[in-house]
Design a protein around this ligand. Structure first.
Ligand code: ZN
Length: 147
């Protein structure tokens, strides 16, 4: 019934984000950044986050990513999910995303297009590809849970 209940639809969403990554732009010096690599696959990401301390809000996210389609698509989906959110809201999203890819209970309403990545639960080497952007975000912002 749901638009999302279809594996080929998931694949199309992943392909769409890989071909047309969202929120790509040139960051200025106001963005905080972090670099992470996933040696098992060769994925690399530099994530740039514009965080407003006063409003406790992520104003903007952009990134440079190279690697497999799971990693690239996941970063794009994550940028859409996080922009405009508070740290606390993002913490919940990260927890739900992590639960999804590790086969635990999660709330798919919080995950937007990122639920198209739920198949990685069946492909353990890909979990690190899917979570690389999220780990980079935690590295930028600092104080969140380990994934
Ligand atoms: Zn990968």
């Amino acid at each position: 019934m749901s638009y999302f209940n279809d594996e080929s639809m998931y694949r199309e969403i992943i392909i769409d984000h890989t071909k047309n990554p969202r929120n790509i732009k040139k960051p200025n010096d106001d963005y905080k950044k972090a670099y992470l690599k996933n040696p098992s696959c060769g994925d690399e990401i530099t994530l740039y986050v514009l965080y407003d301390e006063k409003e406790n809000k992520v104003k903007d996210i952009t990134y440079k990513v190279s690697g497999c389609s799971i990693c690239c698509a996941s970063a794009s989906m994550m940028s859409e999910l996080f922009i405009g959110k508070t740290k606390e809201e993002i913490d919940k999203i990260i927890q739900n995303f992590n639960n999804m890819v590790t086969g635990q209970e999660y709330d798919e309403d919080m995950l937007g297009d990122a639920i198209s990545l739920k198949g990685v639960v069946n492909v353990p080497p890909r979990i690190k590809c899917a979570t690389l952007g999220y780990k980079a975000f935690q590295k930028v912002i600092g104080d969140s849970h380990e994934m």
